[in-house]
Design a protein around this ligand. Structure first.
Ligand SMILES: *[C@@H]1O[C@H](CO)[C@@H](O)[C@H](O)[C@H]1NC(C)=O
Length: 168
C-alpha cells in the first residue's frame, strides 16, 4: 500500500515535470509581448496548448511556429520562443497510442531558422532516449533538414519509433 502511494506520488511528480516542459513553450511565447502588434504574442501563446494536445496534428505546431515568426518578427528572442515550440513534446495519451506522431510535411516549418529542430517525445516510448538527445542537440545546432520533414530528419538520425503524419 505504502509503496503504491509512493509510486503514484513519483508518477505524479514526473507528469508535472513533463507538463512544465509543455507549459514552458506557451510561457515563452507569452513573454514576447514586446514584439508584433499589441496583443499578438498573447493570442499566439493562447493557441500553443491546442497544438500540443495529444490529438493535435503533428504538423500544427510547426505551422504555428511559422506564424509566430511571421507575426512577431525575426528577433533572436522570437526565434528562440518559436524554436522551443518546435522542440516541445506533444502530449501523449498512452491509452490511445503507443508511439508518438511526427510531421511528415517537408515544407514545415517554412522558417529557415526553425528547420532542423526536432521534438522531445514521451520518455516511456522505446527509443525516446535517442530522440530526446537529438532534440536537445538540435536546439543548439540544427540537424540537416535540406528537403526533409521532421519525420525524415529523425529517421536519418536513428529514431524510427513513431507514426508519420501529413499536415491536415
Ligand atoms: C516503440 O515504442 C513502444 C512503446 O514504448 C515499444 O513497445 C516498442 O517496443 C518500441 N519499438 C521499437 C522498435 O523500439
Amino acid at each position: 500500500m505504502q509503496s503504491k502511494i509512493l509510486l503514484l506520488a513519483a508518477l505524479s511528480a514526473v507528469a508535472q515535470a513533463r507538463f512544465g516542459v509543455e507549459g514552458a513553450a506557451q510561457a515563452g511565447i507569452q513573454a514576447l509581448s514586446a514584439f508584433g502588434a499589441p496583443g499578438a504574442a498573447g493570442t499566439l501563446a493562447g493557441q500553443t496548448p491546442g497544438v500540443l494536445l495529444a490529438g493535435a496534428n503533428a504538423c500544427a505546431k510547426l505551422s504555428l511556429a511559422d506564424e509566430i515568426v511571421s507575426q512577431l518578427g525575426t528577433d533572436p528572442e522570437v526565434l528562440a520562443g518559436a524554436a522551443a515550440l518546435v522542440a516541445a513534446e506533444k502530449n501523449f495519451n498512452p491509452n490511445a497510442q503507443s508511439i508518438p506522431t511526427l510531421c511528415s510535411d517537408a515544407s514545415l516549418p517554412a522558417t529557415a531558422a526553425l528547420r532542423g529542430i526536432v521534438p522531445l517525445v514521451d520518455p516511456s516510448v522505446g527509443g525516446a532516449d535517442i530522440e530526446n538527445a537529438l532534440s536537445a542537440q538540435s536546439l543548439k545546432q540544427p540537424l540537416d533538414a535540406t528537403g526533409l520533414s521532421v519525420a525524415d530528419i529523425v529517421t536519418a538520425n536513428g529514431f524510427t519509433n513513431f507514426t508519420a503524419q501529413a499536415a491536415a
